[in-house]
Design a protein around this ligand. Structure first.
Ligand code: MCN
Length: 791
């Protein structure tokens, strides 16, 4: 069956996943393989006075024990940061070295200090216990507020005030002037809670070295094998790319946490070279809590200026962003270019000024996590708008409508750099309100009250920027990588197709949706198409998957490559059909001479390309194999409205989501079933952030939420049955008209949920609660208002 764009084609990859036949890194075992276990710091901040590895080296099965000194002896570099940010005075951000194994000091709990390599994992783990590390514990800077105080302990001696950068965007003078003429100002202080990504598959790596050829291979649970090869090869191991292959096989989720180049990847690859044997490392879940980059962690003060009619005049935002103990690969970009540039949201606010201080602390490094900066921006804005509506006694949906960018207002240049190409916020708002029955809400609230329950409804609109682009602009803003994508379309002699993409699917279903794009263009069944990704030895140099870029950027590269294939096929068809090229049409998998029934099927053309017996060899090379690179002109801007209805048990503070409606604009949709699944997953994560999840450290930097016993992941019974719908306005600058959908749920949901909780508590006089709105926090808020003593 030909699967056109827009059909809910079942996921090709699910055949192997649902039958337990996926191949994850831990399923791979190489001959002669050794196992690595890392010795990790039990302190958040300490001087490393000595590491005694003698006993560990003598332990059963141990082959080697390495520390930073061993790496240094072979000239190993430090882990690079992929984005440089400049402070508002033009100075480059503080970029202290990020050693592969800790050098001189440890800077967060779990910082790797040594690695033990043994014949079995158990032997390595036992020996790791006997590595004796002499730590001199130092005072820690843990929260951002504490870290920026004068006299705070320094994470790096050379970084004053723990300030990585002090960055700003927007016109300060114009924004201040807007506040002067405002008739009302709404102010808010809020926290964007720190999250632990927790992909289903923990990180796992195998490094391998072939002495005969001098070639290294790294098998890794990552989202972007080419970027890892470039970063690790060029900056850390100093191995040229042609001698380094990076394979990311099936990957069980990443949500951003597997974009970055991690110390453990470099260590196992380097150790394999030292030992001439493969070295495998698989994280324990508790190790993931200590060593996977974490997400969010902002403290923000924001102010919205409005005129007497409720029109937004200006927005002022000041944010402290926690970067953790080291700069992770894209950490610097997340609270700046992916956060503050989104503060215009869906509104026409004419003047915006945002300041962001990126702050080092003695905590696990922070980097992009599903949404990366955009959930934080949307949350700040939507909380402010709701609060302004309450203060001004204007219906919250009416206040939003008064300030929406109108459908005829595109392209729309925001005061914070971005230029939106398309959108229709009125329609998605109306759709979501209709689905949830906004008009009937007050009745439902009254009915709940009669049952002794508090009911609330929360609205959040959002806009996000997907597919960071174009490369030149990103480069000017500090990106140290290109942000194009590539696709190679290899037509096989009998007409089946292999697509090689630089994107990486780790749950998003590219093997299906990319095949749908090919099927639609070439007029063939999806079954005839194979999508290959995740192996630098097979695919051309691409940038991987994050920032909901794969379809808008990778899919566009694919369309370009398909166009080249179709055009070459047209030349071959013209020759075979003895017609002018201009007279050949391609439709439904057939080349036809216009106005006649003379035709050649696509498969016949492919065969002629590889068996060129009757072929225009003088003008055309044999073969049907095309590659295209696509560097977008702009981001894509998905948007929408999420509406959440909650019911709160006032005696226990328990918040139950009774209904959740999402109406999203993803442009043209390739596979509505996959898109719905993506939205569901994102909503679960957004709801998790709003109600359940919080990564907490104590004052000394000990992780208090280091396991699933203490870190509350959302479970099925925390989630309602979602009502999701889409309304697409086409992206104007990519050939498919698509916008990304992979993060939207996580961006809209936190604001909708917390606005609903506050709406439920507002009759008691509660106007603020920070995420996560746990039963305890909600109960305390209720109790304090009721004058009860919160025990
Ligand atoms: N799609 C579509 N029509 C659209 C938009 C997208 O059919 N208009 C399809 C795409 O073809 C693709 C899927 O939806 O199959 C997601 O596409 P896209 O929005 O381009 O996002 P990416 O493929 O680039 O995925 C990245 C995004 C991000 S940034 C995170 S974080 C995330 C997410 O995807 N991590 C995930 N979804 C995840 N899903 C799973 N299962 N696991 C993760 O780690």
């Amino acid at each position: 069956m030909t699967a056109p764009i827009g059909a809910p084609v079942r996921r090709t990859e699910d055949r192997r996943f649902l039958t337990g036949r996926g191949t994850y890194t831990d399923d791979i075992n190489r001959p002669g393989q050794l196992h690595a276990v890392f010795v990790r710091s039990p302190h958040a901040h300490a001087e490393l006075r000595g590491i005694d590895t003698a006993a560990a080296k003598r332990a059963p099965g141990v082959v080697a024990v390495y520390t930073a000194a061993d790496l240094a002896a072979t000239g190993i570099g430090t882990l690079p940061c992929g984005w440089g940010v400049k402070s508002k005075d033009g100075t480059p951000m503080a970029e202290p070295p990020h050693p592969v194994l800790a050098q001189g000091q440890v800077r967060h709990i779990g910082d790797p200090v040594a690695v033990v390599i043994a014949d079995t994992r158990d032997h390595a783990a036992e020996a790791a216990e006997s590595v004796a590390v002499d730590y001199r514990v130092l005072p820690s800077a843990v929260s951002v507020e504490a870290a920026v105080k004068s006299g705070a302990p320094r994470v790096y001696d050379e970084v004053a005030g723990n300030l990585c950068y002090d960055w700003a965007i927007g016109d300060k003078a114009a924004t201040d002037a807007a506040f002067v003429k405002a008739s009302h100002v709404t102010k808010i202080d809020l926290v964007n809670n720190r999250l632990v990504p927790n992909a289903m598959e923990p990180r796992a790596y195998i490094g391998e070295f072939e002495r005969a050829t001098g070639e290294y291979t790294l098998y890794t649970t990552c989202q972007n094998p080419h970027a890892i090869r470039l970063l690790m090869g060029a900056f850390v191991l100093h191995v040229p790319e042609h001698k380094l292959r990076v394979v990311a096989p099936d990957v069980g989720g990443g949500f951003g946490s597997k974009i970055y180049h991690y110390a453990e990847e470099a260590t196992v690859t380097w150790a394999a070279g030292q030992l001439g044997r493969p070295v495998k490392w698989v994280a324990e879940r508790s190790e993931s809590f200590l060593s996977d980059a974490q997400g969010r962690d902002h403290v923000t003060h924001a102010e919205l200026a409005l005129d007497k009619d409720g029109k937004f005049l200006g927005l002022r935002v000041s944010t402290l962003a926690n970067l953790g103990g080291y700069l992770s690969t894209f950490a610097a970009a997340v609270p700046t270019y992916l956060y503050a540039t989104l503060l215009a949201g869906t509104y026409t606010t004419p003047a915006i000024y945002a300041e962001v201080k990126g702050v080092f602390t003695n905590t696990v490094p922070v980097d992009a996590y599903r949404g990366a900066g955009r959930p934080e921006a949307s949350y700040v804005l939507e909380r402010l708008v709701d609060q302004a509506a309450r203060e001004l006694k204007i219906d919250r949906t009416e206040l939003r409508r008064r300030n929406f960018i109108p459908p005829e207002g595109y392209p729309y240049q925001t005061p914070v750099a971005l230029a939106y190409d398309s959108g229709d916020y009125f329609t998605t708002l109306d759709m979501a309100l209709k689905t949830i029955d906004y008009a009937g809400f007050e009745q439902r609230r009254a009915a709940a009250q009669r049952q002794g329950k508090l009911r609330g409804l929360g609205v959040a609109t959002y806009i996000e920027a997907c597919g960071v682009a174009p490369s030149a602009v990103a480069g000017a803003l500090g990106a140290r990588a290109g942000l194009y994508e590539v696709a190679a379309v290899r037509v096989n002699p009998t007409g089946s197709v292999t697509v090689l993409t630089g994107c990486h699917s780790h749950g998003q279903g590219h093997e299906t949706t990319f095949a749908q794009v090919v099927a639609d263009r070439l007029g063939m069944p999806v079954e005839n198409i194979e999508v290959v990704h995740g192996d630098t030895g097979k695919t051309p140099f691409g940038m991987g998957t994050y920032g909901s870029r794969s379809l808008p950027v990778g899919g566009s590269a694919l369309v370009k490559a398909l166009d080249k294939v179709v055009n070459k096929g047209r030349k071959i068809a013209a020759h075979l059909l003895e017609a002018a090229e201009a007279d050949i049409e391609f439709k439904d998998g057939k080349y036809t001479v216009s106005g006649t029934d003379r035709a050649k099927a696509f498969g016949e053309i492919a065969f002629a390309a590889y068996v060129p017996h009757n072929y225009p060899l003088e003008e055309l090379e044999p073969g049907l194999d095309e590659t295209a690179y696509y560097d977008p002109k702009n981001f894509t801007f998905p948007s929408g409205t999420h509406v959440c209805e909650v019911e709160i048990d006032a005696d226990t503070g328990d918040v139950r989501i009774v209904n959740f409606a999402a109406a999203d604009d993803f442009g043209r949709i390739i596979n509505p079933m996959i898109v719905e699944g993506q939205v569901h997953g994102g909503l679960a994560q957004g709801i998790g952030q709003a109600l359940l999840e919080e990564c907490r450290y104590d004052q000394s930097g000990q992780l208090l939420t280091g396991s699933f016993m203490d870190y509350c992941m959302p479970r099925a019974d925390n989630l309602p049955s979602f009502e999701v719908a889409t309304h697409g306005t086409l992206c104007t600058h990519n050939p498919l008209g698509v916008k990304g959908c992979g993060e939207a749920g996580a961006i809209g949901a936190p604001g909708a949920v917390i606005n609903a909780v506050i709406d439920a508590l507002a009759p008691l006089g509660v106007s603020h609660i920070d995420m996560p709105a746990t039963p305890e926090k909600v109960w305390r808020a209720i109790a304090s208002r009721r004058g009860q003593k919160a025990a």
